[in-house]
Design a protein around this ligand. Structure first.
Ligand code: NAD
Length: 542
């Protein structure tokens, strides 16, 4: 979504809330003029029918936004997940359809971190088993000898938002906290928390008394605590997982709990939720299982409801996608600043694709200047979007990279850095497969008005708007007059004309760029191309 995509007025935006949200979400929407519809507990079939006409759908974890739902959705622009994991949304299909998927990653950080701390404490003192015993009518301590946390070593795997909450709280419990996070270690940065040493995974695995997982479930983290790693842990270790199921080899964990190598495990998440009654970790005194409770606090539910309402409203009426999991992140203030360049980027992409005889296969983008550099993560995409819209329908900022891949179009960072004394300049080289055909277009923005300032070796001052007729002709007297009279007899006004002056001016051939009030029909174009001095004509629509 960009400023060039049609934005909605709150009164016309249709928002469907599919799962129970804190009432504050609806209040927030109403304050901004939206009237969302709440429809809970729909089956997939019902949702397939219901989704038609809605611009936004909001879910927690119960409702699944499946391929069928997304395929039925005719107006859907955004799916909002009030929470972190988007496992219940088919993000691949959403991306293909250009639908933004966004989550609320920060609202439940503290709550989930606190649950992990609660699990660490409960595990150390057998709170689960002790409670079951007393509730079951038995009063006795046998087998419930605990361990102190003070002085024990806790290993936090994944020192992101939640991992940091856990690390800091556990320092307060006088534990010695170490952490492993390759993305922090890779930067060479020091630990974000004073006193928490960053170590490699092997050191953490082999030296800790407690190990708490706080990483996302990715291909690279699936089965992170494999049988081999579980076996190499310090005997008597206790493991906590309030992140995602699938991170631990559950079979191996059960066997190592049986052997006593692992003293206990507290798991809020499992590979399959809910687990079957025959699951090897169910029904044990040395295991605490909670039903994916991480985000279940009043505060977290309030936070994520407020966050998702704000994000969806911002997206529908301002085009700003906060926390989109399938679109580039750009802040509202940056987007506002770079908006004219985003539109220019689309025009340059479109212009280039229309200049080419062969399909464009490579776009090399060079951004020079302070303003365009701020949009470096976003502007190249605008060029891709502009170019792809000449090839396929339905392209937007979400699905453009995927469509580019499908059509063999590569977007690269260019190295032809020439700003030609303009404060900010977007320069793009578009090439065909093999590079036999290639064109370079540069543009800038003056105030709020964009200009193409160079096309190949011609310096111009061309407004990228409407119908532009490009002629390549012999540089001889009377050519422009001839073109003008054909257009005049067809009732078409030339409102601006640029005669390109190349750096190495070719005295025999010249190019004219004529901005027309309306596109000429085929007959008029044919008449122009039949003028004796005309080598070729090309009509570009922007
Ligand atoms: P985050 O993105 O802030 O932090 C994740 C951290 O993991 C990052 O710092 C990243 O660098 C690190 N990481 C990635 N791969 C790693 C690897 N191979 N080894 C070590 N570190 C690695 O995420 P967060 O908000 O802290 O959430 C962490 C996890 O908690 C997520 O999986 C999230 O889905 C889960 N979560 C669970 C609940 C629940 O109800 N139990 C609630 C909220 C979040």
């Amino acid at each position: 979504m960009t400023p060039s995509t049609q934005l909605l007025h709150p009164a016309e935006a249709r928002i469907l809330i599919c799962d129970e949200l804190a009432p504050t979400a609806i209040e927030s929407f109403r304050e901004r003029g939206f009237e969302p519809e709440v429809c809970l507990g729909l089956s997939e079939d019902q949702l397939v029918e219901k989704i038609i006409g809605f611009h936004a759908a909001i879910v927690r974890s119960a409702t699944k936004i499946t391929r069928r739902v997304l395929e039925a959705a005719d107006e859907l622009r955004v799916v909002g997940r009030a929470g972190v994991g988007v496992d219940n949304v088919d993000c691949e299909i959403a991306t293909q359809k250009g639908i933004v998927v966004m989550n609320t990653p920060t609202g439940n950080t503290t709550t989930t971190g606190e649950l992990a701390v609660a699990l660490i404490c409960s595990l150390a003192r057998h709170i689960g088993a002790a409670d079951r015993r007393v509730q079951g009518g038995t009063w006795g301590k046998k087998g419930l000898m605990g361990t102190e946390l003070t002085g024990k070593r806790l290993g936090v795997i994944g020192l992101g938002r939640i991992g940091r909450v856990v690390a800091e709280r556990c320092q307060g419990l006088k534990m010695e906290v170490i952490a492993h996070d390759p993305y922090l270690q890779g930067t060479g940065a020091s630990s974000p928390i004073e006193g928490v040493k960053l170590v490699d995974l092997d050191e953490l695995i082999t030296t800790c008394d407690f190990i708490s997982l706080h990483v996302p479930l990715l291909d690279s983290t699936r089965n992170l605590l494999s049988r081999e790693r579980l076996e190499s842990m310090r005997p008597g270790v206790r493991i906590i997982n309030a992140a995602r199921g699938g991170l631990i080899d559950e079979e191996a964990l059960a066997e190592l709990l049986d052997s006593g190598h692992i003293a206990g495990a507290a798991l809020d998440v499992l590979a399959q939720e809910p687990p079957g009654s025959d699951h090897p970790l169910v029904g044990r005194d040395n295991v605490i299982l909670t039903p994916h409770l991480g985000a279940s606090s009043h505060e977290a539910q309030f936070n994520v409801a407020v966050d998702i309402a704000r994000q969806i409203a911002d997206f529908l009426i301002e085009g700003v996608a906060h926390n989109a999991v399938n679109a580039p992140a750009v802040s509202a203030s940056t987007l506002q600043k770079i908006a004219p360049y985003v539109m220019l980027g689309e025009k340059i992409g479109s212009f280039l694709a229309q200049c080419m005889d062969e399909p464009v296969r490579k776009l090399e983008v060079t951004l020079s200047g302070r303003v365009v550099s701020e949009g470096a993560s976003y502007l190249p995409l605008s060029i891709l979007v502009g170019a792809l819209r000449q090839i396929v329908g339905g392209v937007n900022y979400v699905n453009a990279p995927l469509i580019a891949k499908e059509h063999g179009v590569r977007l690269l960072e260019g190295s032809e850095d020439e700003s030609y004394a303009f404060q900010d300049l977007i320069k793009v080289r578009g090439s065909s497969r093999g590079g036999e055909e290639s064109h370079v277009v540069s543009g800038t923005v003056f105030g709020s008005s964009s200009r193409l300032v160079r096309v190949n070796d011609l310096h111009l001052d061309l407004e990228p708007r409407g119908s532009i007729l490009i002629t390549t002709h012999n540089d001889q007297p009377g050519v422009i007059g001839g073109i003008g009279s054909i257009l005049g007899s067809a009732g078409i006004n030339i409102h601006r004309m640029e005669l390109g002056a190349g750096e190495q001016r070719n005295t025999e051939r010249a190019q004219a760029f004529l901005s027309l009030d309306q596109p000429p029909d085929d007959e008029t174009l044919k008449a122009i191309s039949e003028l004796t001095a005309i080598e070729r004509t090309r009509l570009i629509e922007l």
